[in-house]
Design a protein. Structure first.
Length: 114
């Protein structure tokens, strides 16, 4: 019996490589041997990244754009997290594990903070 693909399990949109996801979001960046640096959102803000084990998500603190690694720890609800079991899901070898969606990080305020 074959395992479902990560794309089938996520079922929230097309998955991308990290570079494809950055390009899809319209973010600017410098590519280095280690990865990506100086990442800026299309709104002009400097993006932020974090994660449980390395950088597993990135977001813009000024707008709603973001991206998340679907093989990392993900929010499941208001008070719990979940992870996709790699033993039960076929994870693509080409690196297409990123979803161009904000799943972590504080939401920007719509009103000015005084």
């Amino acid at each position: 019996m074959s395992k479902p693909t990560l794309q089938e399990v996520v079922n929230r949109g097309l998955l991308y490589t990290a570079k494809e996801c950055l390009d899809h979001l319209g973010w600017t960046y410098q590519e280095t041997e280690e990865g990506f640096e100086n990442i800026h959102c299309s709104c002009g803000a400097t993006t932020r990244g974090d994660g449980w084990f390395g950088t597993n998500y990135m977001y813009c603190p000024d707008c709603e754009k973001g991206m998340a690694d679907m093989t990392a720890i993900l929010p499941g609800g208001n008070s719990w997290v979940t992870v996709i079991d790699p033993d039960k899901v076929e994870v693509p070898a080409d690196g297409r594990i990123w979803l161009p969606e904000r799943v972590w990080g504080p939401r920007p305020t719509k009103e000015p903070v005084e």
